[in-house]
Design a protein around this ligand. Structure first.
Ligand code: F6R
Length: 250
């Protein structure tokens, strides 16, 4: 893991956008695994700015998103499909038919999971996977538990995740209780992983991710086993990691 400390969220976003830009410039037909949530919004904003300046071209890029709430259609304002259009896809020249996300309203959830797993395989896997991290150290919506699912699956969201995401809905009751998520295998097989975190609320999760035991109880800890992970995080999110003398922070 290479860990880059940023002064604040803005610097975190710029550093992350630089890594993603380099990926797109070096491999214009990259398959990008993308995340939603608050954390990557600034990164997407920066990528849009560089696209508008003419420095970036998404015309050959494919995007495959981590997760989607079950029960929300792609038109629903809280769906992750909507989020991606609003925060990135509508502002760059990515082809709409090169953007993929689970279908939240698929009638047959098991078939949808198989379809998405096969889709990622047919794309040849993921070149660069962007990740946020839950306060409970989830990645995608792979929640802490006794075991992790390999492939795309339907997950019952933990109470902590529902509470954390309630800010996007009228109240916690409105948050869907289930979501489709890419499994841990597609994430771990990504050729490069960029994990972003900012804010004190992520400090414990970042400690578990970087310094903790490797355990399904902290899914992000598995990233210690991957040989091409960039962590870009602000000082607050790294505050507990910094106390560990064994960790090199760049
Ligand atoms: C989102 C996702 C989640 C979030 C995580 C952090 O697609 O897979 O793992 O990255 O819940 O969310 P924020 O960034 O809102 O703190």
């Amino acid at each position: 893991m290479r860990i880059y400390k940023a002064k604040n969220e803005e610097e975190m976003s710029r550093k992350a956008a630089n890594i993603i830009s380099a990926q797109i410039i070096l491999k214009p037909d990259s398959v990008l695994g993308l995340a939603t949530g608050s954390t990557p919004i600034g990164t997407y904003r920066q990528l849009i700015e560089w696209y508008e300046k003419g420095d970036l071209d998404f015309s050959q890029v494919t995007a495959v998103n981590l997760d989607e709430y079950q029960g929300l259609s792609a038109e629903h304002e809280q769906s992750y499909a909507y989020f991606m259009r609003k925060n990135l896809f509508d502002h760059v020249n990515i082809r709409a038919d090169h953007t993929y996300i689970e279908n939240g309203v698929a009638e047959d959830a098991a078939a949808e999971c198989r379809r998405y797993t096969d889709l990622i395989k047919s794309l040849g896997g993921i070149d660069l996977q962007l990740l946020g991290i839950g306060a409970n150290a989830h990645i995608g919506f792979n929640e802490p538990g006794e075991a992790l699912e390999k492939d795309t699956h339907l997950v019952k969201l933990s109470e902590r995740t529902i509470q954390a995401n309630a800010r996007f809905f009228t109240d916690a009751d409105a948050v869907p209780k289930y979501a489709f998520t890419m499994g841990i295998k597609a994430i771990m097989q990504a050729r490069c992983i960029v994990l972003l975190a900012n804010g004190e609320a992520k400090a414990d999760a970042m400690y578990e991710c970087i310094c903790g035991h490797i355990t399904a109880m902290a899914p992000a800890s598995l990233l210690q086993l991957h040989n091409n992970v960039f962590v870009v995080a602000d000082e607050a999110a790294l505050s507990k990691v910094e106390a560990d003398a064994d960790v090199e922070i760049l």
